[in-house]
Design a protein around this ligand. Structure first.
Ligand SMILES: [Fe+2]
Ligand SMILES: [Fe+2]
Length: 298
């Protein structure tokens, strides 16, 4: 009885998301202005989100250099977005393998994969238009991601998906409204924010549902797995190569970015809602907190 009520409520969520996708969805191939050449008078991201904003190095940089840096940073974040959308799509497909195809959850999951597939193509075209090279995460992160997408299941998979989506979301909400940001990037961010709000609802619902059936040991282990995954995701967001692409001294830029209290506080304040959710799901265990603190999410 209890489980059938739960399935019912899960299906309700999935049905609402399917209805939402039927009403509001975008085709980035036609919605985004791909043709207008890149106008270098614009930023790629809100400067306040730059990893160097507020540092001594930032004050020394010319406006043109700052704009080049935020364009490279935006391209790097988009490339990291592609990386975890690849992970996410494979986890979701594994999760629904051989499940009831007549159910709303199954159909919603495939709709989400279709949206992610369009997002990844959109991010790829966007990064290219920003004049960025192929930013890929560090080798260790790539291999950890490969393992994670192969074995993660249940709340570990969906909570990690949620963290990645929320961290991207908070930045993109600022960038899509910012008139200093190049218009085609604002469109990309707008599309992503609208469609991801559905994904985050699903990930929250799935995380709660899967945890409801999990024992204490499993919750403890997965809380730590999710925290480590979050740490890898957040620390992979901006590739070191962006500094070289912006004509900066990489060593100095990395040192100042690592010590940048402004950026850390932006991350912490924007992730407070996410942390509240993780706390309510009892996923902020002591060992997990070590990683969230190190990633400056809390
Ligand atoms: Fe996405
Ligand atoms: Fe998503």
């Amino acid at each position: 009885m209890g489980s059938s009520i739960q399935e019912q409520s899960g299906d309700d969520v999935a049905q609402r998301l399917l209805d939402s996708a039927a009403t509001l969805a975008y085709d980035p191939a036609t919605e985004v202005d791909w043709d207008t050449p890149l106008d270098k008078d614009f930023h790629g991201a809100s400067p306040e989100w730059s990893t160097l904003y507020g540092t001594a190095y930032w004050r020394e940089m010319s406006e043109a250099q700052r704009r080049e840096l935020t364009r490279q940073e935006a391209a790097s974040v988009a490339s990291t977005g592609i990386w975890f959308e690849m992970i996410l799509q494979q986890m979701v497909l594994r999760d629904i393998y051989a499940k009831d195809p007549t159910g709303a959850e199954f159909q919603w999951a495939l709709t989400e994969v279709a949206e992610e597939c369009r997002h990844s193509i959109m991010f790829a075209r966007g990064a290219k238009k920003l004049g960025a090279p192929a930013y890929r995460p560090h080798r260790v992160a790539v291999e950890l991601g490969r393992a994670f997408k192969t074995v993660a299941f249940g709340e570990a998979a969906y909570a990690a998906i949620l963290v990645a989506e929320e961290v991207l979301d908070v930045m993109q909400r600022d960038w899509m409204r910012d008139e200093r940001v190049v218009p085609f990037v604002r469109t990309i961010n707008n599309i992503h924010v609208v469609e991801e709000s559905r994904h985050m609802k699903f990930a929250r619902d799935q995380t709660r549902k899967r945890l409801a059936g999990a024992g204490e040991a499993r919750r403890q282990i997965n809380a730590l797995v999710i925290a480590i995954a979050s740490y890898v995701i957040v620390t992979s967001m901006v590739n070191k190569r962006v500094y070289a692409e912006a004509g900066l001294d990489v060593e100095r830029a990395v040192t100042e970015a690592k010590a940048n209290e402004h950026h850390k506080s932006m991350m912490r304040s924007s992730c407070s809602g996410l942390m509240e959710f993780l706390a309510s799901a009892r996923l902020l265990t002591k060992p997990a907190l070590v990683f969230y603190k190190r990633a400056h999410l809390i």
